[in-house]
Design a protein around this ligand. Structure first.
Ligand SMILES: O=P(O)(O)OC[C@H]1O[C@H](OP(=O)(O)OP(=O)(O)O)[C@H](O)[C@@H]1O
Ligand SMILES: Nc1ncnc2[nH]cnc12
Length: 181
């Protein structure tokens, strides 16, 4: 871990014994609320993915919209929202996935990827078990996109999400990681 990454980690608020789950909640509102924290997180991802032929950025509802939206502007790419069930107005594809507690569903517009396909960077604030990111990647693929890479502000490596993404051929990059969860 270099000094820059240590500074960013210190901007993430840890909430121990988060209600109902008992997890340490890694709160990015403090990171994104800091001008340097947000800009340097976005810059780190933009630098990492430069030269990989990304056509579009897809962000996951809700915290992935903050990072993905900022990154799309920084990279001058369009933004595709992957939303929780029932929010998108036009025809959708839907995937169900498991969380640490319970299940949820995400959707993408069927026409989110232009005809002929596109290389899409998947973005979210955090990867834990990987259930959300894998469901989102499937949606992009069903809409005709290719997903070579996914990028996160935070990885919780003990929960194995990045390994699961690698298992379906998606490289992941995280600006910082936290042991424990
Ligand atoms: O890797 P996983 O185990 O799937 O967990 C990661 C997901 O959990 C959080 O979202 P959450 O479902 O809490 O929704 P929110 O962004 O609306 O708060 C986080 O923003 C990721 O999307
Ligand atoms: N530990 C955690 N902190 C914040 N968001 C999460 N989403 C899944 N696990 C999380």
């Amino acid at each position: 871990m270099n000094d820059a990454t240590r500074d960013l980690r210190e901007m993430v608020r840890a909430i121990p014994d988060y209600p109902k789950t008992g997890i340490i909640f890694r709160d990015v509102t403090t990171l994104f609320g800091n001008a340097e924290g947000l800009a340097r997180t976005v810059d780190a991802i933009a630098d990492h993915v430069a030269g990989h032929g990304i056509d579009l950025i897809a962000g996951i509802d809700a915290r992935g919209f903050i990072l993905g939206g900022a990154l799309a502007v920084r990279m001058r790419k369009g933004f595709v929202p992957i939303r929780k069930r029932g929010k998108l107005p036009a025809d959708v594809y839907r995937e169900e996935y498991s969380l640490e507690y319970g299940t949820d569903e995400v959707e993408i517009h069927k026409d989110a990827v232009p005809a002929g396909g596109a290389t899409v960077l998947l973005v979210d604030d955090l990867i834990a078990t990987g259930g959300t990111a894998i469901a989102a990647a499937r949606l992009i693929q069903r809409a005709g996109g290719t997903v070579p890479m996914a990028a996160f502000a935070i990885d919780l490596p003990e929960l194995g999400g990045a390994r699961k993404l690698a298992g379906i051929g998606i490289d992941s990059y995280a600006v910082m990681s936290f042991e424990g969860h």
